[in-house]
Design a binder for this molecule. Structure first.
Ligand code: PMP
Length: 387
């Protein structure tokens, strides 16, 4: 089978699988003082250091969560602690192309949320965003901004350094969803000006059900989402998922070592897109004009519905995604592509291919051959109905 859906979930790394199983078999509660508890604590702290290294911050700034959804919802809090006391945010500005776990607005009431437009390439305009934040600040509001590093559907990379530089004067806090960036581009919270960052283990070859919220400055962090226990330095109550966290840590270490070296995958992806446009000259590649992750391609051909193509590809053992995996299963237009101003009928046909480091040219060849056949058949059937 050919797996081209790495943005939905990367295959578990064999070394990680081994570690997770061995920790799971012998773990205690990381809060216990006895030997098994201390061993569990050791595993969690090793992982904390590994995840912190991936982000270039000290370990104490990493809190483990059950995934990036929880990390995003935690960060989108109207109340943050800043060491001296509390900071309150009255407004949340969220880029229009964010993942649903950010788009939903976290703990901000609906009337306090506002969407920040993206252009046709999927990019946030730093100057317009800063102008809006300045306007709100002048009116007495305090603003939390969320802009993702890399989009899960299109791979488009936001100009975070430019955005945070433009926001500097305003005192706004910036939360970054770094899920798809991890292991694919260097995470630099300082250069990005990211006050907080969400990560997910299963996108980098770790197990499902572990993630992290990382903060850039030790004292500045959101009020906990889950309360009722002192775990994670009082930032996230509940017994740590020790085995999954240990696996996340190892996956983070391995992913960090792979950040350089996506050039071959980028070349493979670019070659694939050229061939797609060769098969159908009216193919549209979403976000093609913007800086993108090396591994992601989101495209559509008029008259080819994504669901139909997806099922046909699946029957041939080729796993791809329509739009975002999180919203597939529902027939609809991806909000990300809508925000980019894509034609609705065309966007309904959006297919996302996301490559992994192990993806081979042969696999892409086989996908392209299948695509040529399947899309040809679907278009022909459509033309038959229209005639
Ligand atoms: N943000 C982005 C950009 C994602 O791609 C995902 C996973 N679909 C999430 C957040 C949510 O991560 P998790 O599955 O760990 O909750």
């Amino acid at each position: 089978d050919i797996y081209l859906d790495h943005n939905a979930g990367a295959p578990l790394r064999p070394q990680v699988a081994e570690l997770v199983c061995s920790v799971l078999m012998r773990t205690g509660n990381a809060s216990s003082v006895h030997g098994p508890g201390r061993r569990a604590r050791g595993a969690v702290e090793t992982a904390r250091t590994q995840v912190a290294r991936l982000c270039g911050v000290p370990g104490a700034q990493v809190s483990f969560t059950c995934g990036a959804t929880e990390a995003n919802v935690t960060a989108l809090s109207p109340v943050w602690k800043d060491g001296r006391g509390e900071r309150r945010f009255t407004r949340l500005l969220v880029a229009a192309s964010e993942h649903p776990s950010v788009a939903a607005g976290g703990r901000f009431p609906a009337e306090a949320r506002e969407s920040v437009p993206v252009d046709g390439k999927g990019l946030v305009d730093a100057a317009s965003l800063a102008a809006r934040v300045a306007e709100l600040t002048a009116a007495g509001e305090s603003v939390l901004v969320a802009v993702m590093a890399a989009n899960n559907e299109t791979g488009v990379l936001q100009p975070l350094a430019e955005i945070s530089a433009a926001l500097k004067e305003s005192g706004a806090v910036l939360h970054v969803d770094g899920v798809q960036a991890a292991g694919r581009i260097a995470i630099d919270m300082e250069a990005w000006g990211a006050d907080s960052l969400a990560l997910s283990a299963h996108k980098i070859g770790g197990p499902q059900g572990a993630g992290a919220l990382v903060v850039r400055r030790a004292g500045l962090h959101p009020a906990p989402l889950l309360t009722g226990g002192g775990q994670e330095n009082w930032r996230r109550a509940g017994t740590e998922n020790v085995a999954a966290i240990a696996g996340f840590g190892l996956a983070a270490e391995l992913a960090a070592a792979e950040v350089a070296g996506w050039d071959e995958i980028a070349a493979l992806r670019d070659g694939m897109e050229r061939e797609l446009c060769h098969i159908w000259a009216d193919t549209v590649v979403f976000g093609a004009g913007a800086p993108r992750l090396a591994n992601t391609s989101c495209f559509a051909v008029p008259g080819v519905a994504a669901e139909t193509a997806l099922i046909a590809l699946d029957l041939e053992g080729i796993a791809v995604s329509s739009g975002s995996a999180c919203s597939s299963g529902k027939v609809g237009v991806s909000p990300v592509l809508s925000a980019m101003g894509a034609n609705k009928d065309l966007a309904r046909g959006a297919i996302r291919i996301s490559l992994g480091r192990q993806t081979t040219p042969e696999e892409i060849e086989r996908f392209l051959a299948a695509w040529r056949r399947i899309s040809g058949r679907i278009r022909q059937a459509g033309a038959g109905r229209a005639a």
